[in-house]
Design a protein around this ligand. Structure first.
Ligand SMILES: *Cc1c(COP(=O)(O)O)cnc(C)c1O
Length: 366
């Protein structure tokens, strides 16, 4: 099966095999070794000296942690969104009582740093900004360096959803002075779902000391306190930690720069391949095209449902659209454990099945 959805992503055999290992005492020395080793190497990929805590949670749990640990009810937040996941981050903040101003950009567009700067200048009472690094629902990667620059110039806290980018797309957390950054095991990390990683800057901890939103399971201060003893506050997903341990070995062996380059190359090939067939990526400006997921408009006369079913029959599984884009686009995931051959196969099968689901060859050569 060529699983080409943007998470969960396929895992290497070595990673899967690691999960067959017997359980250990999660408060004993064996787990402590794994936890500390994993944490150190996560910091390498986060490119940070900040604390990184690992929660047993989906990426959304990590986003919830990024809200409830650093904000207070009534606090003014600017939620920058370019799609479904940016909207979700905003929704979580609202759910816990933050006073959220949404700055929503059109699907397919990246966020405009100048408009963020203007929104912050407009309302000095805003104290924090939420932003998605890579918007998985549209296949667009924000220029986080430019965004972080305006947020920091305005002296605000910046909370970043990097669930589908970190480890696959260069994201130097310390160089960009990002306060809270969230990623998730089942996206670029070649690991099954179940773990979420969060880095916290010194400024993030200062905000945490004042933040009064309710929290219990996702309390990062508890996580940090336990981490200092080589433990987690609650029972961790031990097997996923085993998997992550092995995945990080493999990632370090490949090298961070090589991983970024592989993702860049494969993404570019994906976009070129669909364009050669006459299809149109959703991203409006290719400079912001995602290196981890490509969203493509369904061509005239082709039903996404039928296309996905035809691909699946040929063992290629792609994702549909989310929210307002449901039925309008399909998405090809190319993150984590992905090779050039995986994408060549995807493109070749796509080319084969398109005419069978109503795509007119004439359009393809136009
Ligand atoms: C997948 C994803 C999430 C949510 O992760 P879950 O593990 O599905 O909860 C959040 N943000 C982005 C950008 C994602 O790609």
């Amino acid at each position: 099966m060529n699983l080409r959805i943007p998470g969960p992503t396929p895992c290497p055999e070595e990673v899967l095999a690691a999960m067959t290992k017997q359980m250990v005492d999660h408060r004993g020395p064996e787990f402590k070794d794994v936890l500390l080793r994993v944490t150190e190497r996560l910091k390498t990929f986060f490119q940070t000296k900040n604390d990184v805590v690992t929660l047993t949670a989906a990426g959304t749990g990590g986003l919830e942690a990024a809200i409830v640990n650093f904000l207070s009810p009534g606090e003014r937040v600017l939620a920058v969104s370019i799609g479904v996941f940016g909207d979700r981050f905003a929704k979580i903040a609202e759910t816990y009582g933050a006073s959220v101003t949404r700055l929503r950009f059109e699907d397919g567009s990246a966020a405009d740093p100048e408009r963020i700067a203007a929104a912050l200048a407009d309302d000095p009472s805003i104290s924090a900004v939420t932003v998605t690094h890579n918007e998985t629902s549209t296949g667009v990667t924000n220029d986080l360096a430019a965004i972080a620059k305006v947020v920091k110039a305005a002296d605000k806290l910046i909370l970043v959803d990097a669930v589908s980018s970190l480890s696959a797309i260069d994201l130097p957390v310390d160089a960009l002075e990002l306060d809270v950054v969230v990623s998730g095991s089942q996206k670029g990390w070649m690991v099954p779902p179940g773990l979420s990683f969060i880095s916290v800057s010194p400024r993030g901890w200062e905000a945490n000391a004042k933040a009064t939103m309710p929290r219990f399971y996702l309390d990062v201060r508890e996580a940090k306190k336990s981490l200092d003893k080589g433990q987690t506050p609650w029972t961790p997903a031990v097997s996923i930690f085993y998997a992550l341990d092995v995945a990080l070995d493999m990632m370090l062996a490949e090298g961070m720069a090589n991983i970024f380059e592989r993702h860049r190359r494969i993404a570019q090939r994906t976009r070129e391949g669909v364009k050669e067939m006459g299809l149109k990526p959703l991203v409006r400006d290719e400079r912001y095209a995602s290196n981890t997921v490509t969203a493509v408009w369904a061509p005239e006369g082709v039903e996404v449902k039928a296309l996905r079913a035809a691909l699946r029959e040929r063992n290629v599984v792609v994702a549909g659209g989310q929210g307002a884009l449901d039925g309008k686009i399909f998405r090809i995931g190319h993150l984590g454990y992905v090779t050039d051959a995986d994408i060549e196969e995807t493109l070749s099968v796509l080319h084969d099945v398109l005419p069978k689901v109503g795509y007119h060859a004439a359009a393809a050569t136009a």
